[in-house]
Design a protein around this ligand. Structure first.
Ligand SMILES: [Cu+2]
Length: 162
């Protein structure tokens, strides 16, 4: 799916509901082809809605040995800490704890997408990550804008923190 941005799903949801309402109201007068199109749009919207709840990138099972465990807390509305440092060459397991009162997600575009309910805790495996700085954010509507962003730094200790 590639890049995702906070708020996109909300607009898709609004769009989906609008199409659904329109389709129901117009169903008796619409030609079959238009009803089919409305059905497809509703289906796509439902998929996007589900992807907000379910992990979008499967297969990030935690590695079991020789790993570094990094802990990241989600609160309303921030990641703590907001810069996490990982060493090079060792698989990363990321422990996520939602210590807030609302549902939060962690999205590293192109890598992972995880949703945690309040009080939930999980460990996701990122595998061995190439050196670099990876910005991530919470995709729940409005959270990214409220400052729920952070950076994973993979590299030597003390490597560039902006
Ligand atoms: Cu959040």
């Amino acid at each position: 799916m590639g890049m995702w941005f906070g708020g996109t799903e909300l607009w898709m949801l609004v769009f989906g509901v609008a199409v659904l309402v329109l389709a129901i109201r117009l169903a008796p007068v619409l030609p079959a082809r238009a009803r089919f199109l409305a059905g497809v749009l509703i289906g796509l919207s439902a998929l996007v809605g589900m992807s907000w709840v379910l992990p979008l990138y499967p297969g990030h099972t935690p590695a079991s040995s020789g790993v570094q465990l990094l802990t990241l807390r989600m609160v309303d509305f921030a990641f703590e800490p907001n810069v996490i440092q990982a060493a090079l060459g060792t698989p990363i397991n990321l422990e996520l704890i939602n210590g807030g009162d609302v549902t939060h997600t962690l999205v590293i575009p192109g890598h992972i997408r995880v949703t945690l309910l309040p009080g939930e805790r999980t460990i996701v495996g990122l595998g061995t990550v190439e050196p670099g700085m990876y910005d991530f954010f919470c995709a729940a509507p409005g959270h990214r804008g409220a400052g729920m962003t952070a950076t994973l730094v993979v590299g030597p200790e003390g490597m560039a923190v902006r």
